[in-house]
Design a protein around this ligand. Sequence first.
Ligand code: GDP
Ligand code: MG
Length: 475
Amino acid sequence: MHGGLGDTICAIATPAGEGGIGIVRLSGPHALVVASQVIRLRSGDPLSSVPSHTLHLADLVIPASQSKKGRPILHKRLPVSGLLDEALVVYMKGPRSYTAEDVVEIQSHGGALVLGMVCTVCIESGARVAEPGEFTKRAFLNGRLDLSQAEAVLDTIRATSSAGLNIAQRQLRGDLAREVEQARTSLLTVLAHVEAGIDFVGEDISFLQCDELVRIVGEACAVVQRLETTAQEGRILRDGARVVILGRPNVGKSSLLNRLLREERAIVTAIPGTTRDAIEESIDLNGVMIRLVDTAGVRETDDIVEQEGIKRTRAAQNEADLLLVVVDGSALLTSDDRALLGAARGRKHIVILNKADLAVTVDTDATLEGHQVFVVSAKTGLGIETVKSALRAQLVSEGFEAAESVTVTNVRHRDALRRAGESLGQALESVRCGMAGEFVSIDVRAAADALGEITGAITTDEILGRIFSEFCIGK
Ligand SMILES: Nc1nc2c(ncn2[C@@H]2O[C@H](COP(=O)(O)OP(=O)(O)O)[C@@H](O)[C@H]2O)c(=O)[nH]1
Ligand SMILES: [Mg+2]
């Protein structure tokens, strides 16, 4: 990302395409001066004279100086009057703005040409085009958001489930940052004492007692581990879960998918081997997004297309958060069924005894012992709601969302927590073994730094570049 905070940046903040309104956003020290070039308030007052955070009706114009210069985009399609559109304009004086800088937002009609021209005039007037995520990056660099809050902005924009949105909002309000910073601060205190102990070796100064040190490091370690354990379910709440439907051909996998989706998505026939390619569809299970994947039935086959389908089934199986193993409850288990059931052990899974509208014959089979089994008819819908609740319960434990505790959803945070936890474990071990303070302090320092990466207290340009490049332009 080029350019410093001294630049004034400009971008279209609304999505591309036609819209009722479109917003051009300016941020930086010259936001007001630049915007004044394109804005003529209907009141006749200069933009610089209006109170901050008030909305004003204005005409958008191409300044005569610029149209004369003959910039192609301004010149060619220039409306005779020099008028571009009418707009509502708001000036937000820093630091009370999104970026903590002077911000002007221009709300015109949402046409690509109008918005593009407004941007061009702003750039001709001294602004530069914003990089992706640069507004949010500035909010971070100016200290208005920590890094975990900045990431929560992106999670909010991308949220596809109410549960994911809920977590993003808590993170945006700083819940994660607070817990992490608290742990980090206590570690830094320990560090100061331990390092003082090293520096003043032999002098008679009372430093942190050993058991006090163990207590503080132990507490930080517990916080880190608790946060880390939320990451698995947190990711599912944010991104949704992959649930893969498995079973030999003709047991009713595609019928089950259609039932769960309440639509005829997959082709269902009585001919075994109908589904060749994996089919994916999403359902919202009470606020949790689930990607359901219907697969080609697994069996021994000579058909090349079917073999390829089975290969894809195995790949899908490995990426699943949960497996739905379907067997035909009206027939005896085959060796293919047994192989699938065996492979599902040790993975999160649910077994469906389908075709319950026919006589159920296999439910006493000892192979099913120890599996969570549901008797279902994809044909009549029997048992489907129970399966849905069981699915959700397996993926997100009861009370997990309700608990007002902080949830980690981000892989970067999870990785930092893992490293912090390992270092703290090492530090505790060193204290127990009576190792010298230097050893303890190295690990405590590493843990504090790892925690600092989450909030951005410790960061590098590379990390920032990676995070903000995922944002859209204008955010
Ligand atoms: N009686 C009955 N037939 C079913 C049920 N589910 C699926 N079938 C039938 O079983 C056959 C295979 O179904 P399909 O969903 O294509 O199975 P897949 O190969 O596992 O995807 C079709 O003829 C379905 O109508 C069920 O619950 N009861
Ligand atoms: Mg099928």
